[in-house]
Design a protein around this ligand. Structure first.
Ligand code: MF3
Ligand code: CO
Ligand code: CO
Length: 327
């Protein structure tokens, strides 16, 4: 057995020598990783029964993009409504399963079963070889955290990102949940992030440029001195998981596509306590804040209507807006 150095219960001051005996200042040594999310063991891929329809990339791990109309037919919209309800329900139920001590791999196992019970395929599974059925992103993890052997801890904030493929289309939604007792700063981050998502959704109007969405999100984040991640954006969605519409979560005049009734895309801002800049783990999936400070996210799949917006993942059965912190 390998012996692992354990941090003492009383930690040094930043400029004192590190407790590990390296001779370096504590702040240049173990202080950097303490309290951070560390990668755990990833279990083997779970399988989906044959009677469930699979997206084209499910067997190869390599999606091949095709031309898909940005404006969906009424028949496709009907199928997307259903995929949205399924994704929303799986997200809510998986959120209810979270508690300190449970590993994110156990969360994946539970969530995987929920997809199957609803005859849906977990869209992330083998998407560009991603190995799991949802993304679990804790604390400083911005997005695409892979479920593994790490147990949730009291005080964590945990984003679950669920995407269901059913009826030939995808529904994509995520939310950040509070694990046990979260400090006031963490709760505030989560609350403002959900508000940012809804400010973005309220900016959806036919005939307006899609940059209105990022403008509304950024304005609200800035008013609370929070950062907006730039590297990950909302996306067109339908028969393909990610199609060519891009929804920036900050203002950029070049994000000028005009919103039209029948368009479907996600809005999914990632808001930070510190820097908006990110780093990648060696697994090439997990994106974390460059300064290690916490970040939160909420996501909905949206349809542009004649009068505004229909949120396909926020209906009956969805996580209710204030649920994560009012429980
Ligand atoms: N659901 C994520 C999104 O909101 C995408 C996850 S892709 C994966 O767009 F491969 F990381 F799972
Ligand atoms: Co998405
Ligand atoms: Co998502």
């Amino acid at each position: 057995m390998r012996s692992v150095l354990q941090a003492p219960s009383v930690l040094p001051q930043a400029n004192d020598p590190c407790w590990c005996g390296s001779g370096r200042k504590y702040k240049r040594c173990h202080k950097r990783s303490e309290g951070r999310v560390l990668p755990g063991e990833i279990s083997p891929m779970r399988s989906v029964p044959d009677h469930i329809a699979r997206p084209t990339y499910a067997d190869t791990g390599e999606p091949v993009a095709w031309d898909e109309p940005r404006i969906k037919s009424p028949e496709t919209i009907e199928r997307m409504r259903h995929a949205g309800v399924v994704a929303a329900e799986i997200l809510r139920l998986t959120g209810e399963f979270l508690r300190p001590g449970v590993t994110t791999d156990e969360v994946d196992e539970y969530c995987h079963q929920l997809y199957i019970e609803r005859d849906s395929y977990p869209s992330t599974l083998n998407y560009h070889h991603y190995p799991k059925s949802l993304c679990t992103s804790a604390n400083e993890v911005i997005c695409h955290g892979i479920p593994d052997s790490r147990a949730m801890r009291d005080g964590d904030i945990m984003n679950l990102d669920v995407t269901a493929f059913v009826g030939g289309v995808h529904g994509d939604t995520n939310a950040t949940f509070l694990i046990g007792d979260v400090d006031p700063q963490g709760r505030e981050l989560v609350r403002i992030t959900e508000e940012c998502t809804w400010k973005g959704i309220e900016a959806v109007k036919p005939g307006r440029p899609i940059s209105d969405i990022g403008r509304a999100i950024e304005e609200h984040a800035k008013a609370h001195r929070l950062g907006v991640v730039k590297a990950f954006v909302g996306h067109g969605i339908g028969e393909q998981f990610h199609s060519d519409i891009q929804v920036l979560h900050y203002y950029d005049s070049r994000n000028s596509m005009i919103m039209r009734p029948g368009m479907t895309f996600t809005i999914e801002p990632m808001i930070t306590l510190g820097t908006w800049q990110h780093k990648m783990w060696d697994d090439e999936w997990t994106a974390v804040t460059a300064d290690g400070k916490r970040t939160a996210q909420f996501e909905h799949t949206c349809l542009v209507t004649e009068s505004g917006v229909e949120v396909l993942t926020a209906g009956e059965g969805a996580v209710s807006p204030s649920a994560p912190w009012s429980r």
